[in-house]
Design a protein around this ligand. Structure first.
Ligand SMILES: [Fe+2]
Ligand SMILES: [Fe+2]
Length: 341
């Protein structure tokens, strides 16, 4: 799962996000900056030990930490349904998917650590409510069909967002994305397949699927972030090779790919303005409710409090596991020292 992070500053970071990137302070720094720019222009990768402008580092830490948090919080709405999955097969698939999302969060925390921000710092940001995560997880999951729709649409949107990140200029982030994208593809397919089965079932099942699509469609379009005109950080992100495709272009790709899938499935998408535009060669779609999006991003969605409380409780409940792991590692270190002596 991915977030609209790039355009959304964390709490208290709003001013910083809009500042322009500072000019180099010295001739030595100007030289380093020049080499950095040349590597970016040549489509090369920046690695953890390379010099990088502070603003580039900060932007990446914010984006990667928000992305990681979205993977971790994204486990919660689906984790809720593991015990209620309708069959052993669906339960096994859902467990595997939720476990994948946990893995995505861990790769990403590791990628952010290479930029000098510790996992503890990032988790503090999440648990204190300062750091953002994807607004899509602050809605309730009301029926089993929500599991299918999250896979199809939410993971589908995530793939659109994450494929260009495989070519991101920061090496560890780009490499993490390669595996993440393969797993997201499985997530999207399992969701779509679960919905196909439900659509061949009873009238009540078909209505359940349509209801879930109605509730999630617009929220998924908002996942790509504010329109390009309202995304002041995007141009710099593009310059740095972090952002390869604009929010609006990604959203359009998602709409164009999803409409035919909805037709095969036999559901309607809840947008009277949705229609093929022959001249543009794309689907037109209606206006997104950005007021609602900002409400939810800023902590006032239906599930913000509950998600955060559940996450903090899980972290607190897991303290003994972390303590035991540290004690075990210490013991092994002592043993190794003894046998080396
Ligand atoms: Fe994921
Ligand atoms: Fe996923």
């Amino acid at each position: 799962m991915y977030t609209q992070s790039f355009s959304v500053p964390d709490e208290g970071d709003k001013q910083a996000a809009l500042k322009t990137v500072p000019k180099p302070q010295s001739a030595a720094e100007a030289e380093l900056q020049k080499r950095f720019d040349e590597r970016i222009d040549a489509d090369g990768r920046i690695e953890p030990r390379d010099w990088m402008p502070e603003a580039y580092r900060k932007t990446l830490v914010r984006q990667i930490s928000q992305h990681a948090h979205s993977e971790i919080v994204g486990m919660l709405p689906e984790g809720n349904w593991i015990s209620r999955a309708p069959s052993l097969k669906r339960k096994a698939i859902l467990i595997a998917k939720v476990q994948d999302e946990g893995g995505h969060g861990l790769y990403l925390y590791s990628a952010a650590e290479t930029l000098g921000t510790s996992r503890d710092q990032m988790l503090d940001g999440l648990h204190s409510g300062k750091a953002k995560y994807s607004s899509i997880f602050n809605y309730p999951t009301l029926s089993w069909a929500d599991m299918g729709v999250i896979g199809w649409l939410v993971d589908g949107a995530a793939i659109m967002n994450q494929i260009p990140l495989c070519r991101c200029s920061y090496g560890p982030y780009a490499r993490a994305m390669v595996r993440v994208c393969k797993e997201e593809s499985f997530h999207q397919r399992q969701g779509y397949e679960a919905l196909l089965v439900m659509m061949k079932g009873s009238q009540a099942q078909r209505e359940m699927v349509q209801d879930a699509v109605n509730r999630y469609w617009w929220k998924c379009l908002a996942m790509f972030g504010p329109p390009d005109a309202d995304s002041p950080n995007s141009a710099q992100g593009t310059r740095w090779g972090i952002k390869r495709i604009s929010n609006d272009d990604l959203r359009q790709k998602f709409v164009d790919a999803t409409v035919p899938q909805a037709e095969v499935l036999g559901v309607s998408l809840p947008d009277p303005d949705l229609k093929w535009n022959e001249a543009r060669g794309h689907y037109d779609y209606g206006a997104i409710d950005w007021d609602e999006f900002w409400q939810v991003v800023n902590g006032h969605g239906p599930m913000n409090r509950e998600r955060l409380a559940t996450r903090v409780k899980a972290h607190d409940d897991g303290a003994w596991v972390r303590d035991a792991a540290v004690a075990h590692a210490d013991k092994q270190k002592q043993r190794a020292l003894k046998s080396a002596a």
